[in-house]
Design a protein around this ligand. Structure first.
Ligand code: BT5
Length: 261
């Protein structure tokens, strides 16, 4: 896989990338199976946290539960981050939410459009999916060794290239070709800011902020085809809180969300 690297950027080499942790090294690939696999392979070898694995195309881009992520060359931004937070396995969902918030902020500042987080791992606008996050980890008992956070954003895909009708790309929204490196730059800066806050114990503030950018509030949802209720909040662990018909609240820690109305 190492042979596939077409370019290794060192910190600050990407245009004005003044980050503390994220992007100290950026490995750029032409075509790779999955950038999460690259992050994992380097993670196992002891790579420091903050490295970014970025590819022009993926042949085995994946979502959760082995689902496919459409990754045509130069049509999307496909990258993974290697993180080594002092965290327990149960905290991994916090990293997904943090990354979701950072991506929403990055896409908003890049485009001026109102992107939102669709818990747990989608980035949406008007209920259409523009991106997704895949958090995978290596752990020992309950301690995290490292986390690979994979992020895919549809930049230049045309409608006909998207796998589902409830999906969209930046090009479809902005009617222009999207420069990948400029967008990556904005994304890495936002993720760096939130990850540094997370490491300084700032997760409660991150949750507070994420609450302002959820696409689900007030909507009737069904989780994993089972639990139903109205999505009303995130709890302090980043779980989704549903208000059920019987009036009780229930925290959901993971799952697929279906919008009912
Ligand atoms: C996700 O999974 O949304 C996580 C996607 C993460 C992709 C990144 S790219 C860089 C890194 N390397 C990887 O191999 N993966 C990460 P999930 O919630 O399971 O959603 C998957 C579903 O989204 C699929 O079953 C399709 O219905 C839909 N889908 C696939 N490709 C899409 C695309 N390009 N745009 C919108 N929806 C897509």
């Amino acid at each position: 896989m190492d042979e596939g690297i077409v370019r290794l950027f060192h910190s600050r080499e990407l245009d004005s990338l003044h980050t503390r942790i994220i992007g100290r090294r950026i490995y750029k690939y032409d075509t790779i199976g999955s950038t999460n696999d690259a992050a994992f392979m380097y993670g196992v070898k002891g790579e420091k946290e903050g490295s970014v694995f970025w590819a022009r195309a993926q042949t085995k881009g994946r979502g959760r539960l082995g689902r496919r992520w459409v990754s045509h060359k130069d049509k999307g931004l496909y990258f993974s981050l290697l993180l080594r937070p002092e965290a327990e396995v149960k905290d991994a969902a916090k990293i997904t939410l943090l990354a979701g918030l950072a991506m929403v902020k990055a896409l908003r500042s890049f485009s001026g459009l109102g992107f939102l987080i669709k818990w747990p791992n989608d980035i949406v606008i008007d209920d259409k999916k523009i991106g997704g996050i895949l958090t995978e980890m290596d752990a020992e008992v309950s301690r995290v060794k490292f986390i690979a956070v994979g992020i895919g954003i549809n930049t230049n895909l045309r409608k006909s290239e998207l796998p589902i009708k409830e999906a969209v790309s930046l090009k479809m929204l902005l009617q222009k070709e999207i420069p990948q490196e400029a967008l990556l730059n904005v994304c890495l800066k936002e993720i760096d800011g939130y990850y540094c806050r997370f490491k300084d114990g700032g997760f409660p503030d991150i949750i507070d902020e994420a609450r302002h950018f959820s696409s689900l509030w007030g909507k009737q949802v069904k989780i994993n085809g089972k639990e139903e209720g109205v999505a009303v909040d995130f709890d302090d662990q980043g779980a989704l809180v549903l208000r059920q018909d019987n009036g009780f609240r229930k925290a959901i820690f993971a799952g697929d969300v279906e919008l009912l109305r």
